[in-house]
Design a protein around this ligand. Structure first.
Ligand code: MRU
Length: 342
């Protein structure tokens, strides 16, 4: 697995343009926080952990751009505010910026150094967190397993391994025979990214339309569903890419285990339940066109929420870097009280 969604070197952030995959591999260099903010909005980079890390490096680059024509801490507040308001749902974005905010000092040079270190730490930790999530999930899987996933919770959405894809990469490394079905994930087709990265790694992956998932479960062909997440409320309600909740309902009906892979930065325990999580609504053009080609859709209003809320009762377990926990308030409180690395 050799995919870098983002990398940073000496004031230059490089993003792999995910809107061009899988047909073209285009890397773009960024030295300006405003264009980094737009890259997040336009989904050149996407996936909860990846947008958090991109925002963190965006703040570093913003600090480096300071020209001395304002008070530095006020200037940094504006930089962070701009990055904060790029996408509303994935809490990893706010989590990363909250981690950087207290490191801002009056002195720009000192701030740049502190922010850069923090952004590097977040990046390094993300890869390690995902590897641990993968190892915990392997404990409930087996050689020969057939998995179903949705959206792209993969290496392209993280520093490495992905969250829901981590057990797939680790199983493959161990020589297990695994098969993965990847929902195409209308309307932005992030499932194509999953199919791309898993096939690059030599993992047996099959693309299906979102509506085929139920049929595969009915046919008894799916051993477990594993998805990523953008934000988990204190009671375990989970917000992830639109189409996740119907998968959980189907899995529940057909007795298929349904796991959410979740780094602890994806939890928002300040919110009691999923109904309080802001759900991003995106433009109608995402539904009415495909690769800028108009689809045969009449000129009527479009409703295009990017995420849905899976009720915690439908979730078999939440796989975190500290182990797999139940999707309920008690288990989540315990996780945040203990947070022992296992
Ligand atoms: O709109 P996107 O592509 O940013 O949405 C991404 C997802 O919903 C992923 O499943 C989620 O961020 C988990 S990524 C490890």
């Amino acid at each position: 697995m050799n995919i870098n969604a983002l990398s940073y070197n000496d004031g230059v952030l490089t993003l792999l343009d995910q809107t061009k995959l899988p047909h073209a591999t285009v890397y773009r260099d960024y030295t300006d926080y405003e264009t980094i903010a737009r890259a997040i909005e336009e989904m050149i980079v996407r996936g909860a952990p990846a947008i958090g890390m991109t925002a963190a490096y965006g703040a570093v680059i913003g600090a480096r751009q300071f020209t001395g024509d304002a008070h530095f801490t006020d200037y940094m507040e504006n930089v962070i505010d701009r990055l904060w308001h790029t996408r509303p749902t994935a809490v990893n974005l706010m989590w990363a910026l909250n981690r950087l905010k207290p490191l801002v000092r009056d002195n720009p040079a000192e701030t740049i150094q502190r922010l850069e270190q923090a952004a590097h730490d977040i990046f390094k930790e993300d890869a390690e967190i995902n590897r641990r999530i993968g190892e915990h999930l392997l404990e409930v899987l087996h050689d020969g397993v057939t998995l179903l996933t949705h959206c792209n919770p993969g290496a392209l959405a993280t520093a490495a391994y992905g969250t829901a894809t981590a057990p797939m990469y680790l199983a493959h490394e161990r020589g297990w025979n695994i098969k993965v079905y990847s929902d195409e994930t209308r309307p932005r087709l992030q499932g194509a990214l999953t199919a791309y990265e898993l096939s690059q790694a030599g993992i047996d992956v099959t693309t299906i339309t979102d509506s085929t998932a139920a049929t595969l479960m009915q046919q008894g062909k799916i051993d477990a569903v594993i998805v990523g997440c953008d934000r988990i409320a204190a009671n375990g309600d989970t917000v992830n890419k639109i189409g996740t909740m119907p998968l959980a309902i189907c899995a529940n009906y057909y007795n298929v285990p349904f796991y959410v892979a979740a780094p602890t930065p994806s939890f928002d325990i300040s919110l009691a339940d999923g109904s309080r999580i802001p759900i991003e609504e995106r433009q109608s053009v995402e539904v009415t066109t495909l690769n800028e080609q108009a689809l045969s859709i009449p000129d009527v209003p479009v409703y295009n929420p990017a995420f849905d809320i899976t009720p915690h009762k439908l979730i078999t377990g939440i796989a975190t870097e500290h182990g797999i926990i139940k999707a309920n308030k008690e288990a989540i409180i315990q996780l945040f009280e203990k947070k022992e690395i296992t």
